[in-house]
Design a protein around this ligand. Structure first.
Ligand SMILES: CNc1nc2c(CCNCc3ccccc3)c3nc(N)[nH]c(=O)c3cc2[nH]1
Length: 373
């Protein structure tokens, strides 16, 4: 019998939790940041490097992989871990969010969502059942329910309709997922910026006895204060002994404030996307390497970092690579940024363990609040 999925809270500091998710393919130290690996790759990185910066789990993407190379093909080739040579846990999003943000001619009904591929315009249908089937074909360890994420601002009745549809789809995904030992299916709380709808969604999902819960429908353009207020309302309604995943979040400041409200897992395209656009995250703030003022700067990004990209290359060289659009520029800055995010999570986990998280909060990212340096 495969080792079952388990989550243990090892320490708390206020509402912040330090935990471990134990799965057959390995442990996930929480609070965790999950690098985004859209098409089975964390762009510009070797998987050994992704592991090397400290990531325990990466994200796969149902929408992209079902379009290309196809879920059945990945299954025939041994599943996503074999295909991408990442032997550790993978979490896959259900695809609904990507359909609504990327595909064309999409139509959403009770049955599911129909859409045309943004690649070749071919027609597809994604039902809750098909989403779970695709995630299972990919051999994903943590599978997300198919849901409808409402863009904000939105009418209350629109938010309510999408939240209730997502609850019905959660039931269908739970049935479709069945009993896959060692794997987990997470529900996704919706409800927009409405407290009552958030509570209803969280309570209904909690009653389904799922292995983990995501907070969706946020980081869609609302002010940070609204996002945090929704966490204050939602987290207390979720089981304390199950992991909580805030989808699509976020900046280091977002992460610190969300950990303080009880969130355990995060994903965000920023560190990888910013790296490809010449932006470096450092302990003393963000550095835009496109800026000409770096042209003669012999200093590395962070001489104290244990990441070669941060420690061994001058800002002048990085500026040159970025300006020349050399592939190595994106590679080194992505490496630096993922290393920064994992160091941030490591510091957060240590601060919770030593009960200094609440006290140290902002200091963990030092001059983070400062802008471009
Ligand atoms: C950026 N803000 C944000 N992202 C959200 C996502 C996607 C999370 N990232 C998944 C991903 C996976 C692979 C490759 C790229 C991204 C959501 N996903 C779902 N299913 N539901 C949401 O409510 C929801 C809300 C979000 N807000």
């Amino acid at each position: 019998m495969a080792k079952p999925f388990s989550f243990k809270v090892l320490a708390t500091d206020g509402r912040a939790r330090r935990g471990i998710i134990d799965m057959p393919r390995g442990e996930i130290r929480t609070p965790a940041f999950m690098p985004v690996g859209t098409g089975g790759t964390v762009k510009t990185m070797y998987m050994d490097q992704v592991r090397g910066v400290g990531a325990d789990i990466i994200l796969g993407n149902t929408y992209h992989l079902m379009l290309r190379p196809g879920a059945e093909r990945v299954a025939r080739l041994g599943g996503l871990h074999e295909f991408a040579r990442w032997p550790h846990p993978i979490l896959t999003d259900s695809g609904g969010f990507q359909v609504m943000s990327l595909s064309k001619l999409r139509k959403l009904t009770e049955k599911g969502v129909t859409f045309r591929s943004h690649i070749d315009g071919a027609p597809y249908e994604m039902s809750p059942e098909r989403s779970i089937e695709i995630q299972s074909l990919l051999d994903s360890d943590i599978q997300m329910q198919l849901d409808e994420c409402t863009a904000l601002p939105a009418e209350l009745k629109e938010i309510e309709r999408a939240m209730e549809l997502s609850l019905r789809w959660a039931e269908r995904c739970k049935t479709a997922f069945g009993d896959q030992p060692g794997k987990a299916m997470f529900g996704i709380v919706q409800g927009g910026d409405n407290a009552a709808l958030r509570v209803r969604s969280a309570q209904a999902l909690s009653a389904m006895g799922l292995k983990g819960y995501a907070v969706g429908g946020l980081a869609v353009g609302e002010p940070q204060a609204v996002m945090l207020e929704m966490l204050d309302i939602t987290c207390p309604e979720l089981p304390a002994d199950k992991p909580r995943y805030l989808m699509g979040v976020g900046t280091p400041d977002d992460i610190l404030k969300s950990v303080a409200r009880g969130i355990d897992m995060f994903d965000c395209v920023m560190p990888t996307r910013a790296g490809r656009h010449g932006l470096a995250y450092t302990r003393r703030g963000k550095v835009n390497l496109r800026n000409a003022r770096h042209a003669d700067d012999p200093r590395p990004l962070d001489e104290e970092s244990d990441c070669p990209a941060a420690r061994d290359y001058s800002r002048a060289y990085l500026h040159h690579l970025v300006r020349s659009q050399e592939a190595l520029g994106a590679m080194l800055l992505t490496w630096n940024n993922l290393s920064y995010y994992q160091k941030l999570m490591q510091d957060i986990r240590a601060a919770i363990e030593t009960q200094t998280f609440e006290a140290r909060g902002a200091e963990i990212t030092e001059g983070w609040a400062r802008g471009d340096i």
